[in-house]
Design a protein around this ligand. Structure first.
Ligand code: ADP
Length: 330
């Protein structure tokens, strides 16, 4: 599994800097494809009026399913953060992991990618226990975008994104045309190409977040796991990132798992939702099945209103301030 934060920029980072060809890649004509801004719009237009998951254009044959089976994990002995948790992120689908602060979302993601080892239970990737994969295979198949990213000093955006190719680059450390193509494709999709030559440390938090997503995309993994990828982003870029995640799922057959605090955003884009409470799965299903006041209120311990978007049929949530009418659904 390749971690995409600054801390992972070790040997492979040096390789990229040292072996990184000073020449731009042979200019290939990029496939015309939507960028971040238009992906959300295209996707919502494509899905307009549907209340079931979109049909994938690409077979999910090569995508990876992720299954957690009875995971138990504790940072402190006797205080489990995950307590026998089981869930599935189906291949070629976008699964959102929701839940209150401290419910175990980040911990679950780290166990799913093999950064933390459970004391009981196991994770299966495409049906095979994670532990049975060679590290190099995992690095190619899984990309992880952590919540906080350290800006590595002295790396440009392009170099950072190229680091995503590390699992594919041979021992000599020279990037191939395919590596450059993947990096440029990722830059374009995340609309980070215009600051490709800038130092990563000079970007805003939101810009840097998009670069780290680009780095994961450049890796061309079967599954991408993201921890609150929109936390620093404005509303346009929030929808842009979720549109991009849908594009990865619907057009490229990837499996995506994303942790989100934004129930409405997750509901608008996800095929499946897993709601955590105190290290267990409180509910799992389609957004319509899970984003309901009677499911959410006991978990978040606050009154919540749920409405339905008339066009998409997808639920969205509103806070219920004191004195407002009792929650309605629909
Ligand atoms: P979430 O992502 O849902 O907010 P986390 O998985 O980050 O939840 O955290 C779940 C619980 O584990 C919290 O009580 C948190 O304080 C604790 N925790 C998280 N990371 C560590 C750590 N490195 N050491 C000790 N406790 C931790």
């Amino acid at each position: 599994m390749a971690q995409t934060d600054g801390s992972a920029m070790t040997n492979s980072g040096d390789e990229a800097k040292r072996g990184g060809s000073p020449h731009p890649p042979r200019e290939e004509r990029p496939r015309r494809e939507s960028s971040l801004a238009s992906l959300a719009q295209n996707d919502s237009a494509r899905r307009g009026g549907q209340d079931c998951p979109p049909r994938d254009k690409v077979s999910a044959r090569d995508a990876a399913s992720l299954q957690a089976e009875g995971l138990t994990f504790a940072y402190t002995p006797g205080e489990p953060v995950l307590a026998g948790l089981s869930m599935t992120a189906p291949a070629g689908r976008l699964t959102a992991v929701l839940g209150p602060n401290g419910s175990g979302k980040t911990t679950l993601l780290k166990v799913l990618v093999g950064l933390l080892s459970p004391s009981a239970g196991q994770v299966r990737l495409s049906g095979r226990p994670l532990a049975s994969y060679r590290r190099a295979d995992l690095a190619r198949r899984l990309a992880y975008v952590p919540q906080e990213t350290l800006a590595a000093v002295g790396f440009t955006v392009l170099e950072t994104v190229l680091l995503g190719r590390s699992p594919h680059i041979g021992a000599l450390g020279f990037e191939s045309d395919a590596d450059w193509r993947a990096a440029r494709d990722a830059l374009r999709l995340t609309e980070t190409d215009r600051f490709a030559e800038r130092d990563l440390a000079d970007l805003s938090g939101g810009e840097r977040q998009r670069v780290i997503v680009a780095r994961a995309l450049a890796q061309q993994p079967d599954a991408v796991l993201l921890d609150e990828p929109t936390s620093f982003l404005d509303i346009r870029h929030q929808h842009g990132i979720y549109g991009l995640l849908r594009h990865l799922v619907s057009d490229r057959g990837k499996t995506v798992v994303t942790v989100s605090h934004d129930l409405s955003l997750a509901s608008a884009y996800a095929d499946a939702v897993v709601l955590l409470a105190r290290g267990e799965v409180a509910a799992a299903g389609t957004p319509q099945e899970v984003i309901r006041p009677e499911v959410l209120e006991p978990v978040y311990e606050t009154p919540i209103q749920v409405r339905t978007d008339e066009t998409t049929g997808r639920p969205y949530v509103l806070p219920r301030p004191p004195g407002s009418r009792k929650t309605t659904y629909g």
